[in-house]
Design a protein around this ligand. Structure first.
Ligand code: FMN
Length: 495
C-alpha cells in the first residue's frame, strides 16, 4: 500500500500542477508547456551560480570576475596569492593598462611608511590619517549588524576609516572605536528634525563621538546618479527604523536631491554650516556626469577664500555598487571613474586647489592594480565597498535588495546573519587591507617610487589603437585654468 502512495502522490501533485499551469494566465510559457515549462525558471535561478562556478572564464564575469574575487579571498585569508607559469591576462586590447617599471627599483629596506595626510586644516578638529584604502559608505540597513561589526573591528585593527553610509550612526559602528566618516544623505537620516530639516542638535551629538572624524554630504553615488538611497521595506527592521526616524517595514526612499542644495554656492554654504556646527572636516560625495559646474564651484571657492572649500571630494564612478537601484541608472547614467577621476584632478590642479581638497576615489578599485592606477592619476585615497564585502565572504549572489543574502552580509534574517561571525571576519578585513597595501607597495617599488602617493601619470601606460602604449601623462596633460579665473574677474570688473 505504502509503495502505491509513493507513485500516486507525486502523480497527483504533477496533475494538479498541470491543471494550475494550463489554467493560469500570467506566464505564457507555463500555459503552453505545463509542468516542463518550470525547467526554464529553475535554470534561470541556478544559472547565476552555474556560470560563476563552472562556465565563466576567469576574467569574463561581471561585475567582478573570478580572478578579482579570488585575489581578495586569498588576500583576506592571508594565504599565498602567487601564481605559476605565466599571466593569463590578454595585454593586447585597446585600453589595456600597464605600469612602467624602473631600471633600478627601490630596495625594500629603503621603502618608507605611507605618509600622513591631514583633512580640514581650517576646522576646529582636523583629521590626520596614514590610511590609503578605506571602507566606503554602506548604511546599517543595506548591510547587517554583524557585517558592520566585522567591518568596524577590522577597520580599527588596520587603522583605516569606515564610512557609515546614509543610514546614520548605529551602536555597531561605534563599538570598536575605529575612525568613522559620518555620511549625511538627502533624507538626513540620523541628523534630521521630525519635519526632515537638518538638525544642528543631532549633528552636535554625532560630532561629540571622538570616533566620528569627518562628515560627508552625499550628493550622489555612482550606481544611481540623481536618485536617493533606497532601502526596501523588507529590510527596514524596527531598530533600523528607530535610527532613521521612519516607520518600520516600509520602503525607505531618500529624496533625489537635498532641497537646500541647488547650486555650487548653496553646496558651499551647507558644507560650511555642518563644519561650523560639528568642528570637523566636511566634504561631499558625487558621481560626475556633466562636470562644467565644477568650474563654478572652484571659482566660488577662490572668491570666498580657500577656507570655504570642501575638505574632500569623494568621487564615485558609475561602476559603483549599491544595495538597490534601477537598472537603467546603474547601466547608463554617469561617468566611469576612469574618465571622471583625471577630469576632477585636472580641474582641482588647474585652480590650484588640489592640496586643499583631498580626492577620495571609488568604483571597482578593489585590487592592487586599480588602486595603483587611481593614485597615479591623482587620488589621495581609495575607498571600496564591495572589495570589503568579498573580504567578508560575499559570493556575488546579487541579492543585496532582497534580504536573502546567503552570506549574512546584506540581510537581517537572523539565521542567515548568524553565518557571519564578526570576530573572524574582522581578521579577514584586516588582512585584505594589509595585503592590498603591501602589493600596492610592491608595484610602487618596482616603478621606482618609495611611497604610493609619489606615483604619477608617467607610471601608467595605456594600449592605443595602433597596438603601442602611451603614458597617461600624454593622454591627460596638466591644465592651467588660471585664464578662467582671470575671465571671471574681468567679467565682474566689467559689470
Ligand atoms: C550594499 C551597498 C550599500 C551601499 N550604500 C551606500 C550608501 O549608503 N551611501 C553611499 O554613498 N554609497 C553607498 N554604496 C556605494 C559605495 O559606497 C561605493 O561608492 C560604491 O559601491 C563603489 O565602490 P566599490 O566599487 O568598491 O563597491 C553602497 C554600496 C553597496 C554595495
Amino acid at each position: 500500500m505504502s509503495w502505491m502512495l509513493l507513485i500516486y502522490v507525486p502523480l497527483m501533485a504533477l496533475g494538479c500542477l498541470f491543471l494550475y499551469d494550463i489554467l493560469q494566465k500570467e506566464h505564457s510559457i507555463l500555459r503552453t508547456y505545463p509542468v516542463i515549462g518550470h525547467i526554464r525558471y529553475i535554470a534561470e535561478f541556478f544559472g547565476v551560480y552555474l556560470r560563476a562556478y563552472f562556465y565563466s572564464r576567469d576574467r569574463e564575469e561581471l561585475p567582478f570576475n573570478r580572478a578579482q574575487r579570488s585575489w581578495i579571498y586569498q588576500a583576506s585569508k592571508n594565504v599565498d596569492s602567487t601564481v605559476a607559469f605565466g599571466s593569463t591576462r590578454d595585454l593586447r586590447p585597446i585600453g589595456t593598462m600597464y605600469f612602467v617599471d624602473a631600471p633600478f627599483p627601490i630596495q625594500y629596506e629603503d621603502a618608507v611608511e605611507t605618509r600622513a595626510v591631514t583633512f580640514g586644516p581650517y576646522c576646529a578638529n582636523p583629521f590626520t590619517t596614514r590610511s590609503l584604502i578605506n571602507i566606503s559608505a554602506m548604511s546599517y540597513g543595506s548591510i547587517s549588524e554583524n557585517a558592520i561589526l566585522a567591518l568596524s573591528q577590522g577597520a580599527k585593527k588596520a587603522g583605516i576609516w569606515l564610512n557609515t553610509g546614509e543610514g546614520g550612526i548605529s551602536a555597531f559602528h561605534l563599538e570598536s572605536g575605529c575612525d568613522l566618516v559620518a555620511q549625511i544623505g538627502t533624507a538626513k537620516y540620523g541628523y534630521r528634525t521630525p519635519d526632515g530639516k537638518l538638525s544642528d542638535e543631532k549633528l552636535k551629538e554625532a560630532a561629540a563621538y571622538p570616533q566620528v572624524r569627518m562628515f560627508e554630504v552625499k550628493l550622489s553615488q555612482g550606481a544611481k546618479p540623481g536618485k536617493g538611497g533606497l532601502l526596501p521595506g523588507v529590510k527596514v527592521t524596527p531598530e533600523i527604523a528607530r535610527i532613521r526616524g521612519i516607520p518600520p517595514y516600509e520602503d525607505s526612499v531618500s529624496p533625489n536631491r537635498f532641497p537646500e542644495i541647488a547650486n555650487p554656492s548653496q553646496l558651499l554654504d551647507f558644507i560650511q554650516h555642518v563644519r561650523e556646527v560639528t568642528g570637523k572636516p566636511v566634504g561631499f560625495k558625487v558621481v560626475l556626469g556633466n562636470y562644467d559646474w565644477l568650474d563654478d564651484l572652484c571659482i566660488e571657492i577662490v572668491r570666498r577664500g580657500i577656507e570655504s572649500a570642501p575638505d574632500f571630494i569623494t568621487l564615485d564612478g558609475k561602476e559603483g555598487g549599491t544595495g538597490a537601484a534601477p537598472l537603467t541608472l546603474m547601466d547608463y547614467v554617469g561617468l566611469p571613474i576612469r574618465e571622471s577621476l583625471p577630469a576632477l584632478v585636472d580641474l582641482l590642479m588647474g585652480y590650484d586647489l588640489k592640496d586643499r581638497i583631498k580626492v577620495i576615489a571609488s568604483g571597482k578599485l578593489i585590487t592592487p592594480d586599480m588602486v595603483v592606477w587611481a593614485l597615479a592619476v591623482g587620488a589621495d585615497f581609495v575607498n571600496s565597498a564591495r572589495g570589503f564585502l568579498f573580504a567578508l565572504g560575499c559570493i556575488q549572489a546579487l541579492r543585496c535588495n532582497r534580504n536573502t543574502c546567503p552570506t549574512g552580509i546584506t540581510t537581517h534574517n537572523p539565521w542567515l546573519m548568524r553565518g557571519l561571525d564578526p570576530t573572524s571576519k574582522a581578521v579577514r578585513v584586516y588582512h585584505y587591507v594589509k595585503n592590498l597595501e603591501h602589493e600596492v607597495g610592491v608595484v610602487c617599488h618596482s616603478c621606482g617610487v618609495s611611497e604610493p602617493r609619489e606615483l604619477n601619470r608617467n607610471h601608467v601606460r595605456i594600449v592605443t589603437e595602433h597596438g603601442d602604449s602611451v603614458a597617461l601623462a600624454q593622454i591627460y596633460p596638466p591644465k592651467d585654468l588660471g585664464w578662467k579665473l582671470e575671465e571671471f574677474v574681468r567679467k565682474k570688473t566689467d559689470k
